[in-house]
Write a protein that binds this ligand. Structure first.
Ligand code: MF3
Ligand code: CO
Ligand code: CO
Length: 288
């Protein structure tokens, strides 16, 4: 998720990202762009880099397993934040969100009508909540990023169906990955499935390349058309992290400057993996 698409664009036009005059795959080199992103180059990883991301990914998955053991009614999201923070440091890693562009915590916890980038706080989770926990870990200089949804106690049928569909969207996206294919194959597969269930796909936040940095090229849209967009090369690594809304796809930013919520107050759900493109498909790097 993660470049809010109404941030100033890095292409040098001085406009907001959304109003940028250039398609993102044609963005010109610009010295103000963070290295590796906004340069229109999708980095191909070496075997060593992939091994590094995989090691960070295994740790990320184990941290999410820890969250799964602890989470439930009465638990605060701040407790989950501390849990992941301590376990990350104990494993020799660094929680990537902490201090990232000023983000104040080590994980994102995103509830109900929130879309992404929820900030852990002292409020207790309650029966009926649906919550995304998003963990990004840096291990030996490599980043890996994954998130899962959790159902707190007994949850409405509607909420369960949304959460299940969002998970299916992630796996359909992963199955659409193929070296030699196009990035639009991923968004096309996700959008088709979400809309067939009567849901919408968030457009303001995207997946992203990942490796030695949190957010690299390419930008991975979760909507679009099969057969379009930049070509997917073998050994490129990026996240797929569809945010699926029960109502409108439109988002609004809360006062805290981070958390996006649905404009109509409808529920939203998201799942995320870090994925490597191979000739044989998408390989998940954030499994335990
Ligand atoms: N993990 C999020 C992503 O999927 C990014 C969180 S940035 C933070 O890209 F600063 F909010 F942590
Ligand atoms: Co991500
Ligand atoms: Co994430």
């Amino acid at each position: 998720m993660t470049i809010p698409r109404n941030d100033p664009c890095w292409c040098g036009s001085g406009r907001k990202y959304k109003k940028c005059p250039l398609p993102s795959d044609l963005v010109r080199p610009d010295s103000s762009a963070p290295a590796g992103r906004g340069r229109g180059r999708i980095p191909v990883k070496t075997a060593g880099e992939i091994a590094g991301i995989r090691a960070a990914g295994r740790l990320t998955a184990r941290l999410l397993d820890l969250v799964a053991e602890r989470i439930g009614p009465g638990v605060t999201t701040a407790e989950l934040d501390s849990l992941v923070h301590e376990a990350t440091v104990a494993a020799g890693g660094v929680p990537a969100p902490l201090g990232y562009r000023g983000f104040p915590r080590s994980i994102c916890t995103t509830l109900n009508e929130q879309i992404c980038h929820g900030i852990p706080d002292e409020n207790e989770l309650r029966e009926g909540d649906i919550v995304n926990v998003d963990v990004t870990t840096i291990l030996d200089g490599f980043y890996a990023d994954a998130s899962r949804m959790f159902l707190i106690g007994k949850v409405s049928k509607e909420a369960r169906r949304l959460v299940e569909t969002a998970r299916e969207c992630l796996y359909r996206g992963i199955r659409a990955v193929k070296a030699g294919g196009r990035l639009g194959d991923i968004g096309g597969a996700i959008q088709e499935h979400a809309e067939s269930r009567g849901y919408s796909v968030v457009r303001d936040y995207t997946g992203h390349g990942i490796g030695r940095q949190f957010h690299e090229e390419p930008t991975v849209l979760h909507y679009g058309k099969k057969g379009t967009g930049p070509r997917i090369e073998a050994d490129t690594v990026f996240t797929i992290e569809p945010m699926i809304n029960a109502g409108t796809h439109k988002s609004r930013l809360l006062e805290n400057g981070w958390t996006a919520v649905t404009r109509d107050g409808s529920l939203s759900a998201q799942w995320e993996h870090t994925v490597r493109a191979t000739e044989r498909g998408g390989e998940i790097l954030t499994d335990p």
